[in-house]
Design a protein around this ligand. Sequence first.
Ligand code: SF4
Length: 209
Amino acid sequence: MNNTDETIKALRSNGFHVWFAKNKAEAEKIFWEEIFYVANPKVVSWGDSLTLHSLKILSKFKELEGVKLIETFGEDLTWREQIYNRKKALSCDMFLTGTNAVTIKGQLVNVDMIGNRVAGIAFGPRNVIIFVGVNKVVENLDEAMDRIKSIAAPMNAIRHTDLKTPCQVTRKCMDCSSPQRLCNTWTITEKSYPVGRIKIILINEALGY
Ligand code: SF4
């Protein structure tokens, strides 16, 4: 059994519903046909994820009738409105996001700056949809945290040019005390509760950091 098969098997035995997509186009098709139109959510929101942004899903919501999309980011929203919306997003019907890492034991590992993304994964939205590329699959929790500190977090800091952290220069984690530190809350999601609440589309491409 290869790493991907092992990961899918472990995720399923941990109560996650899992789909495997050979590419982004197939991931989008799975999302609409096998998840979205089955769950039929009325209120949808999302947590920041480069993998999610690389798909043409969020933009499509703007054309859909009968579905309210709670925007959690955007230049047309004030900071106060963004925070207000991120709180409202925790009671939506469907929350879309990514994960920083997934272990072959079937655990999701994340670190978050503000906490709205990990909060939405842990509790609140009736359905959580995680889009993740196979590049995020790691052996175990130690490797997941190493990967996040050495790749995901510094690269995320670099793309947020409005923030100031030392890793934007060093390109590796300096375990900083910056007031704008991105790494504030770690979560390990070992199982989905209830079973099937968290749905994962594992995409056979390298996506995000
Ligand atoms: S702890 Fe600070 S230095 Fe380390 S990755 Fe996070 S923001 Fe960068």
